[in-house]
Design a protein around this ligand. Sequence first.
Ligand code: FMN
Length: 176
Amino acid sequence: MKTVLLVYKSNSGLTKKYAEWIQEELNCTTIELKDAHISEITKYDIIIFGGGMHANKINGIKFIKNNLERFRNNHLIIFATGATPASAVEEVKKFEQANIPCGHSIPFFYFQSGMNYKDMRIIDKIIMNCFNFVLRLKKDKNSVEQGTMEAISNSYDNSNQIVIKPLIHYVRQLSE
Ligand SMILES: Cc1cc2nc3c(=O)[nH]c(=O)nc-3n(C[C@H](O)[C@H](O)[C@H](O)COP(=O)(O)O)c2cc1C
């Protein structure tokens, strides 16, 4: 059996929710990125990293990118959570291209979550309020701008445990 570690970064709790669902299914060791020490985590065969989308970047992805060479003997898997619906295939493809280092075939999974203003950091609340304000003022909004404005106006949670299935299946196949 291969050893599996899940490392995640979550600012408002939505990625944490997915991390807990994944942990439940895989029964794997799970830690927050702030507690991850590279020499410790590379002892695991399979490392799953997850973070929320923040302005098209996966929260915490820098840690992965900065240590890529150290992960050369591990199976690395990355997942992201975001407000963008998973059905927005082009957008999700862009997330992958912008975050997954070229030339490294790292499997990427995307899970829709939502917005959680209640537990959001103040700085993020300010950013989202400014963004929302600018969109609201804009005349002749296109459908993407209109959709984005509606998507960020209030808290909501479209997280769904079912959507982690492909990731779980992938890890189970690797572990066999
Ligand atoms: C400042 C900020 C920027 C965001 N940028 C994006 C984005 O570019 N794309 C997206 O789909 N969702 C975006 N979101 C929504 C978050 O990705 C989503 O709420 C995520 O699940 C948060 O995860 P966390 O609570 O674990 O940090 C953004 C949220 C905030 C607060």
